[in-house]
Design a protein around this ligand. Structure first.
Ligand SMILES: Cc1ncc(COP(=O)(O)O)c(C=O)c1O
Length: 291
């Protein structure tokens, strides 16, 4: 983000919204946008980013030390393990990539062996990053019955856990340390950065840890934020029929343990819609918001 001028105001052509993006050069970086309050819906087409009036705030989590929002979860999961005092020779976790990179780096710092269980869809760049942090990589090749790989990854881990002593599985899918990373980190950071008041918060879903962390924070502090879970068509994280998916990191082939899809605002997008939405603010502002 070094090329982005701070607080650069822009207007979009053909868009009724007045769009202003504020760029904060030091991580964690937040760029802003406030919606018109009409977004959201229980499983409907829901919020249309860029069509409301207001300011869009983009939280640039790629500015975290190891490149994604999953840095927070990795730190929180490992802390929960070390603080519990459990004996641990090695750590194993299922990952679509980003969590694995962060776990690999933190495990390397802590001198603990880390095995990342990935699948053929995992980005080769992220696999290289994990390897360069001394992670052992196991790639499951068999898709599960939903057409994804998550269930196959989890089956592999359960087999390893049954066979090996002192191997610890942080289990990002069920460990409360996952949503806690967001209720105690990500959400309060946004609260302390954006002007207080109504806010529609759009959150990607895989384990549902981010959404759960945010909804916990909102309830605890009685905020007038609406949290909208953004899932991929074909994901069963929040319910719905399974289908082949192509996004990596968003969506899941098992339902979330943290979030009930019937009870939270959510929207399902196609991969093409997701890519277009990610491109849009960068095109408008001239600031690269994704790598
Ligand atoms: C970049 C990114 N955003 C969002 C998510 C989804 O987060 P959660 O697992 O908390 O639902 C992931 C999951 O891997 C991710 O890598």
């Amino acid at each position: 983000m070094a090329n982005c001028p701070a607080n650069r105001p822009i207007r979009t052509v053909g868009n009724p919204a007045k769009l202003a993006i504020g760029v904060y050069p030091d991580p964690p970086v937040v760029v802003g946008f406030a919606g018109d309050g009409n977004g959201g819906g229980h499983g409907t087409a829901g919020p249309q980013i860029g069509r409301g009036r207001g300011i869009l705030w983009l939280k640039l989590e790629q500015e975290n030390p190891f490149g994604s929002i999953k840095d927070r979860v990795a730190y929180s999961l490992l802390s929960s393990i070390f603080e519990s005092g459990v004996l641990c020779r090695g750590i194993i976790e299922s990952t679509s990539g980003n969590l694995g990179v962060a776990l690999a780096r933190y495990a390397q710092i802590c001198g603990v062996e880390f095995t990342a269980v990935v699948d053929p869809r995992t980005s080769r760049k992220l696999v290289r990053q994990m390897r360069s942090a001394d992670a052992k990589i196991v790639e499951v090749a068999e898709p599960d019955e939903t057409g994804g790989y998550l269930l196959s990854r989890l089956a592999y881990i359960r087999d390893r856990m049954a066979a090996e002593d002192l191997l610890v599985w942080p289990n990002q899918y069920e460990n409360p340390a996952n949503p806690r990373a967001h209720s105690e980190g990500t959400a309060p950071e946004i609260f302390s950065t954006v002007p207080h008041g109504e806010l529609d918060v759009f959150l990607g879903v895989s384990t549902g840890g981010t959404v759960r962390g945010f909804t916990d924070y909102v309830e605890r502090n009685r905020l007038s934020w609406r949290c909208v879970a953004v899932d991929e068509v074909g994901s069963v994280a929040l319910g719905g029929p399974p289908a082949t998916r192509s996004l990596n990191g968003i969506g899941a082939s098992r339902s979330s343990s943290f979030v009930d899809g019937r009870a939270c605002l959510n929207v399902k997008v196609t991969a093409a819609e997701a890519v277009a939405a990610c491109d849009w603010p960068g095109v408008c502002s001239g600031c690269p918001v994704i790598h």
